[in-house]
Design a binder for this molecule. Structure first.
Ligand SMILES: *Cc1c(COP(=O)(O)O)cnc(C)c1O
Length: 414
């Protein structure tokens, strides 16, 4: 019989846009004993997780809970629950994940209207507002931080415009939640989807979402109760039932409400991890956490520029937590990445679609976003680029980053 070695994954320095390194306290939380899903001790942990999620999403929404599955499960749950076949959905796209919103919306039977922007830039909010007034969609779905291009979309006035035409604004904040401000209520976002394995620094496998009563109203019109759970007199929905059982927010919110109407079996150990991860985020403080992400981004960028590398994307809309670097001419991007991994234990990311082979992406997210990691990646990248014969400035990168770290906090650029 074949014998398998003990499981012993290597300790890596993970500087990608996810999954990122996880605080040992979160890993420890995942090893705690299992509780039954209706055990009051467990349902109390569910309630606390909802409370902490409201703080992290900066919302007073009643509904804030995780979907079990990777981040796209949160996106699917929201879209399949709010899109009725034939609904018009406006999707402004400026990278890979905007295209994912299109793909999922189409599968939900939407009539999708696209607004496209060259990758590496974002939209002026006015362009989106004008399209909202022109198209009068039922739903506007947009990415907040595009990990594929390292750009962040401002939302000024977009939420208000959606309310003028009675559209729901659905935002993919998978990459930004916990690293960059996401102001659900202030920006009038109707549904927001977050991710765990990026700036929250919890393993992949859950997607926290929040939505307001405008979304809930649409969900309630389509509400069904699973056949085997119906009681006499259970309400029957007026709208078209949601095509997915697993992702039906109407059923999920019954499970996350005091009714605790059974749906799936909540992912026990992932819930422990999320609760601990959120606790650590709030213990650090949201503002302090955003500042930490800015500080390490600034040091990384200073180091890369001192090396003479050029960054990809419009600097005016640069996403704090992802830095994209143009691969220098004549350098084999994948060979550089393998050497970083094999010789230094450092992982940085390649890229997708039209940017494949053009850029590397370095994440500074969550637990991975620290001085040690930034200095390691700069030192290693310099050595590996020299090894590959790249024409770079030597000996300056770490000094530039160290100079930045030596500066007082209030002097740092934001
Ligand atoms: C990572 C990411 C996703 C997809 O997340 P999965 O966990 O891989 O499903 C979606 N949107 C954005 C902006 C992301 O960065």
């Amino acid at each position: 019989m074949k014998s398998y070695k003990d499981l012993s994954p290597s300790l890596r320095t993970i500087m990608t846009p996810g999954p990122v390194e996880v605080d040992p306290r979160v890993l420890r939380a995942m090893s705690y004993p299992i509780l039954g899903q209706f055990d009051p001790e467990f349902t109390e942990l569910m309630n606390e997780t909802m409370e902490m999620l409201r703080d992290v999403f900066q919302t007073k929404n009643q509904w804030a809970f995780p979907i079990d599955g990777t981040s796209r499960s949160g996106i699917e749950a929201v879209l399949v629950s709010v899109i009725e076949p034939g609904d018009k959905v406006l999707v402004p796209i400026y990278g890979r994940f905007g295209n994912l919103l299109v793909e999922i919306s189409e599968r939900c039977g939407a009539e999708v209207v696209l607004l496209e922007r060259e990758w590496g830039t974002v939209f002026e909010p006015e362009e989106i507002i004008e399209a909202i007034h022109r198209e009068k969609p039922s739903i506007v779905a947009i990415v907040h931080g595009e990990t594929s291009t390292g750009c962040i979309q401002p939302f000024d006035g977009i939420g208000a415009a959606c309310r003028e035409v009675d559209a729901l604004l659905v935002v993919d904040a998978v990459a930004t939640i916990g690293g960059v401000p996401v102001k659900t209520d202030e920006w009038q976002l109707d549904a927001v989807i977050g991710g765990t394995q990026k700036c929250l620094s919890v393993p992949s496998g859950m997607s926290p979402i929040t939505y307001n009563e405008r979304v809930e109203a649409k969900v309630m019109r389509r509400k069904t109760i699973e056949r085997g759970l119906r009681e006499k007199g259970s309400a029957v929905s007026a709208g078209k039932p949601v095509a997915s059982n697993y992702f039906d927010l109407g059923q999920l919110q019954d499970y996350w409400s005091p009714k605790r109407l059974n749906h799936h079996t909540e992912a026990t150990s992932m819930l422990y991890a999320l609760r601990e991860g959120l606790r650590l985020v709030l213990q650090e403080g949201l503002e302090e956490r955003y500042r930490r992400h800015q500080r390490h981004e600034a040091a990384l960028v200073a180091g890369l520029q001192a090396m003479g590398l050029s960054l990809y994307g419009n600097p005016d809309c640069k996403l704090t937590v992802v830095t994209c670097i143009r691969i220098p001419d004549g350098i084999a991007g994948e060979s550089v990445r393998s050497m970083l991994l094999n010789s230094f234990g450092i992982e940085i990311a390649s890229s997708f679609g039209p940017l494949k082979g053009q850029i590397w992406r370095i994440g500074t997210m969550g637990f991975s976003c620290n001085q040690k990691n930034v200095l390691h990646v700069l030192g290693a990248l310099e050595a590996v680029l020299l090894w590959h014969g790249a024409d770079i400035t030597i000996g300056k990168a770490l000094q530039a980053a160290l100079t930045l770290y030596a500066r007082k906090e209030e002097e740092l650029p934001c």
